[in-house]
Ligand binder design. Structure first.
Ligand code: HEM
Length: 453
């Protein structure tokens, strides 16, 4: 008895940061749900660097200052688990790298790491270039296409081939459609957290059917690889061979969880980066011109390799700037497991902690003219002058994106390969706007007309 009465009053009297008035219904059906990007921007402008949100029984801090973000992601990382939304999406990701915790996560991370080493990623560049070339062989000047759909198909094929040595061309459509359904479901933050998956709502039934469709594809790939027994040096080979201390191998379920995580984490994000980048280029002819000139001067029509990338600094700045303005991972959330302090406030177990790259990357304290697309801003060492967490498209600390080098390599190779052959004219009259679910992508695609170079 005495221990609970000692702990409880401290919690009750602890200062909670100012924030929007608690209102469960408004949170579930209002601005937080309809347009989270605007909502997180508004509460930052209204309440500042630390905002306290109460939704029903849930209390969450939203932090926007780079130093506090560093506390959450690096210095106090072990005091947190992944946030409620990712946890609620375990029905999809299972216990893969993105969602698992503790020693289990650490082991899986160590096992997967070799597939993402620099040298290995450099070897994937060939596949990335080849697959882009194959896509381009079906493209003709004057064609009208949905750029985002094209980038999604391409990125899915690249992840399938490089990490699983599997050609998923025939599955690309089904995976794309299923992912579309699942991400829309996941975007419904309130319902995802409050209505458990076992409740047979139409939404939950659709989610389960979607997962079954993806599972069929993934289990088929695993079975094919187990049967062939080939070690092709890709990630799936490594995971298939690895043995635990007791000699046991990874179960099909664990292989499925890791594979689905990498398929989803690894293709949607990179595809969105490419779509946003081409969209930004199409609206900024001066940047686009310099981009084409650099490609022409350095590559002269060749497909780039990893060694070419340092010779394409402007391409690098374009990507950096695109990831600043349109970070596909637009926010990061955690759930406190231990009592501690952040920004002078007490944080208790079960408090949520969240930040939004979407807002921090557009903060005028760190970036001049923050809403403008200016790759040049990165030319004179801006990255070194910024606080560490003023720019963090790949997160940071122990849970930093494992695929960051892979993603930058892929985005660079695809940009440079397409950028030597085509430019895009945006179809008139369309409204291109971001849709924020777990990731952020163009809501209704990007319609373009191809122009040959
Ligand atoms: C532009 C592309 C990408 C962006 C912006 C991005 C962003 C991120 C971010 C912000 C996190 C940290 C999430 C958190 O702290 O809660 C993350 C984690 C992760 N990403 Fe990426 N990612 C990208 C591409 C990729 C690719 C290509 C792969 C794999 C092929 C990948 C696999 C993962 C995995 C497995 C994790 C979980 C790592 C862990 O917790 O150990 N990502 N990503």
């Amino acid at each position: 008895m005495s221990t609970t009465t000692l702990a409880a009053p401290r919690k009750e009297t602890a200062r909670f940061p100012p924030g929007p008035p608690p209102n469960l219904l408004r949170s579930l059906f209002g601005a937080l749900q309809q347009n989270p990007l605007d909502y997180f921007t508004e509460i930052f402008h209204k309440y500042g660097d630390v905002v306290g949100m109460r939704i029903g029984n849930f209390r969450t801090f939203v932090i926007y200052h780079p130093n506090d973000i560093e506390e959450m992601l690096v210095n106090k990382a072990r005091m947190y688990h992944k946030g409620r939304i990712l946890q609620a999406n375990k029905f999809l990701f299972g216990e893969g790298l993105l969602t698992s915790e503790g020693d289990f996560w650490l082991r899986q991370r160590r096992l997967s790491q070799p597939a993402f080493h620099r040298d290995r990623v450099a070897s994937y560049a060939t596949v990335m270039g080849e697959y882009t070339g194959q896509m381009l062989s079906g493209w003709h000047a004057g064609d009208e296409r949905d750029l985002h759909q094209e980038m999604m198909n391409l990125a899915l094929r690249i992840v399938g081939k490089t990490l699983f040595d599997s050609d998923v061309t025939s599955d690309a459509r089904e995976v794309g459609e299923t992912l579309d359904i699942l991400l829309k479901i996941a975007a419904n933050f309130g319902r995802t957290v409050l209505i458990p998956l076992w409740v047979p709502t139409p939404r939950n039934l659709r989610a389960k059917a979607g997962v079954r469709r993806l599972d069929r594809i993934i289990y088929r790939i695993i079975a094919q690889r187990r049967a062939s027994g080939n070690d092709t040096g890709d990630l799936l080979s490594t995971l298939l061979q690895v043995r635990d201390t007791d000699g046991s191998r990874m179960s099909d379920k664990q292989l499925r969880d890791e594979s689905i995580t990498l398929f989803l984490a690894g293709h949607e994000t990179t595809a969105s980066t490419l779509s946003w980048t081409f969209w930004l280029l199409a609206q900024n002819p001066a940047v686009e011109k310099r981009f084409h000139e650099e490609l022409h001067g350095v590559l002269g029509g060749r497909t780039p390799t990893m060694d070419d990338l340092p010779k394409l600094p402007y391409l690098g700045h374009i990507l950096t700037e695109s990831l600043r303005l349109y970070p596909p991972a637009w926010g990061i959330a955690r759930l406190a497991e231990e009592e501690h302090e952040i920004a002078g406030y007490s944080v208790f177990p079960s408090y949520g902690m969240a930040t939004a790259q979407w807002v921090v990357h557009r903060d005028p304290r760190w970036f001049d003219a923050p809403l403008e697309f200016r790759p040049e801003r990165w030319e004179r060492g801006l990255a070194k002058q910024l606080p560490r967490f003023a720019y963090f498209p790949f997160g940071g600390g122990p849970r930093q994106c494992i695929g960051n080098t892979f993603a930058l390599m892929e985005a660079s190779v695809v940009l440079a390969t397409i950028g030597q052959k085509f430019r895009f004219q945006l179809a008139p009259g369309q409204k291109v706007e971001p849709f924020a679910s777990i990731t952020m992508r163009p809501k209704s695609g990007i319609r373009v007309r191809l122009e040959g170079l």
